[in-house]
Design a protein. Structure first.
Length: 562
């Protein structure tokens, strides 16, 4: 422990941080009657209607592309857009506890410079994201802010250099205006840390927003940000996107730069963490990815692959070409809850009706999960424990109580684990090639569709018991590209609980319970309790297939609107 009699306690540092989060914002953005709750089941998404002006409501309702077009046309100034989203984000934080920093003064100064350039140049923009407010998970370094990664010890340390990804987005005209909360060390699927506590889901605050990018999920789900950056080691972009009904891209490692982004377990390369965008449309994710890749990040980030944006791949799948889609409704281990099975069936039906080919697909996710969990525990939480010790903050009991005590892997054991992962990747690629009827690579499966998680969302405190990373973590082990697809919302009439008989509401045979975890996840689904929560699945492509995945996401968005 680094604290001494003369140094502040971790508790006092936390109190100071909590008091400072909203302190730099205009007082009119703070509403004293608002407070955070982890038990209130009332949706809070409509609260901004009574607190925002008509123009603020209009601005914050816009998706990324029309928002950028409105700024470029002169309908709104960068300052107007920044103020609208900052006001809504402040409301979100008061209700959901989702933000760790508002660099409002610097964001306002930047927006003013963008407006001055726009005015003096006769209506020209600095870049394709001119004036767009962007939120970032609190791993991303932004000059003048604290980057905590969920650790108290990092409070008080101001960044002197931006992360490369932040630089790229700002060069394109974006305005980074808020940093969002995350789990301690980014190593948990609920957003809880000792700095500000728990973050809640805007659709029902008694439910988790997911993690570790849960602050991003909650803020964007509340429309407090149009576009944000999350990270994903075992599902940390996709789970918060799923729980808030968002489109979120998990790219392959080396496609989007991670350079100068803080993380725990740095140097662990067997299953690398990746960063990617979260938003309300696939068009926003596509624009983000295209801008970042076009900037040639590999010239600065040695881990980035020199792969330019391949528009021909994107266009090939968004044209009239018929697709070959695999469907993995469940993995034989944990059966998804009724709303998720309904969503899978809905997508399959629409794809068939549009003339696309559907095939069955299943991967040995139990083997993938075994690899993933051994990588997660490879240092026996040593890195997190050392980071905690710097401030004296306590461990998160929700993690400690559900994580078995293990010894760190030896170097030879780590090498063996890396080889096991490689063998698994190779076997799945071979399985993928075998989806061809003709033996031609052109005839193989394009992508597969699968649940993000077996549960729609966990209630606060339930994640530890119901944790299952098979559907998300398999993608990380394979280093595949994946994108979440929002389908709808839980409706008790459409999505009744399984009756306990051998058939579901549609007459389809229900597989038998495979074990305690499977039984638990089935048992906790109550359509009245889950009512109104988003239902989301994911599409998965092979490694470095972001253009194909985003293109097919665009196709699916169109099908879902029919």
């Amino acid at each position: 422990m680094s604290t001494t009699a003369s140094s502040p306690s971790w508790e006092s540092r936390v109190r100071a941080k909590q008091e400072s989060i909203l302190s730099q914002l205009p007082k009119e953005y703070l509403h004293s009657h608002l407070s955070h709750s982890t038990t209130d089941t009332t949706p809070v998404l409509d609260i901004p209607i009574s607190l925002l002006s008509a123009s603020e409501l209009e601005i914050t309702s816009l998706d990324v592309l029309p928002l950028i077009e409105s700024i470029a046309s002169g309908k709104y100034t960068s300052i107007q857009v920044l103020k609208a989203f900052t006001h809504r984000a402040a409301i979100a934080h008061q209700l959901l506890n989702c933000c760790l920093e508002f660099p409002y003064a610097s964001a306002l100064a930047r927006a003013a410079k963008l407006d001055e350039y726009f005015k003096s140049s006769g209506g020209k923009t600095i870049g394709p994201l001119h004036g767009l407010p962007i939120s970032v998970k609190d791993q991303c370094r932004v000059v003048g802010t604290e980057t905590t990664c969920g650790f108290v010890a990092n409070l008080g340390k101001k960044d002197t250099r931006d992360s490369l990804l932040v630089e790229i987005l700002q060069d394109a005209g974006a305005v980074v205006f808020v940093k969002t909360s995350l789990s301690m060390g980014c190593m948990w699927g609920e957003t809880i840390n000792n700095i500000i506590g728990t973050t809640s889901n805007p659709f029902n605050r008694s439910f988790s927003c997911g993690g570790s990018s849960g602050g991003e999920g909650a803020l964007i789900g509340f429309h407090g940000s149009p576009l944000g950056i999350g990270s994903d080691l075992g599902g940390s972009i996709r789970s918060p996107s799923a729980y808030q009904g968002l489109w979120g891209l998990r790219p392959s490692s080396g496609r989007i730069p991670y350079h100068n982004i803080l993380n725990s377990m740095e140097g662990q390369e067997t299953i690398p963490s990746v960063v990617g965008p979260m938003s309300h449309s696939p068009s926003a994710l596509t624009l983000f990815t295209k801008i970042v890749v076009i900037s040639q990040p590999w010239l600065t980030d040695p881990k980035c692959q020199p792969i330019p944006w391949r528009d021909e791949i994107f266009q090939s799948v968004t044209s009239s070409r018929k697709l070959k889609i695999g469907i993995m409704e469940w993995d034989g281990n944990i059966l998804p809850q009724p709303p998720i099975r309904w969503a899978m069936k809905k997508l399959e039906t629409k794809l068939r009706a549009a003339g696309h080919e559907i095939i069955s697909w299943r991967i040995d996710q139990k083997a993938a999960l075994s690899i993933l969990l051994r990588v997660f525990s490879s240092d026996a939480s040593g890195d997190i424990d050392r980071s905690r010790a710097l401030s004296g903050e306590p461990p998160q009991q929700v993690i400690t109580n559900s994580t078995p005590s293990v010894s760190p892997l030896t170097i030879l054991e780590s090498w063996d684990l890396a080889c096991e992962k490689l063998a698994f990747q190779s076997a799945v690629l071979e399985q993928w090639r075998e989806t061809s009827k003709t033996g031609s690579l052109a005839d193989t499966m394009d992508v597969y569709i699968t649940p993000v998680n077996p549960a729609v969302a966990p209630k606060h405190g339930h994640y530890a018991r119901g944790r299952y990373l098979g559907y998300t973590g398999t993608v990380n082990v394979l280093d595949f590209s994946a994108c979440t697809i929002p389908i709808g919302f839980v409706d008790p009439e459409l999505h009744p609980a399984d009756s306990g008989d051998t058939e579901d509401a549609e007459g389809k045979k229900i597989p038998g319970i495979t074990g305690e975890l499977d039984g638990y996840i089935r048992s906790i689904y109550d359509p009245e309790v889950y009512k109104g929560l988003p239902i989301t699945v994911q599409i998965v492509g092979r490694r470095m297939e972001e253009e194909k995945v985003l293109g097919i996401a665009t196709v699916l968005e169109g099908l879902l609107k029919r």
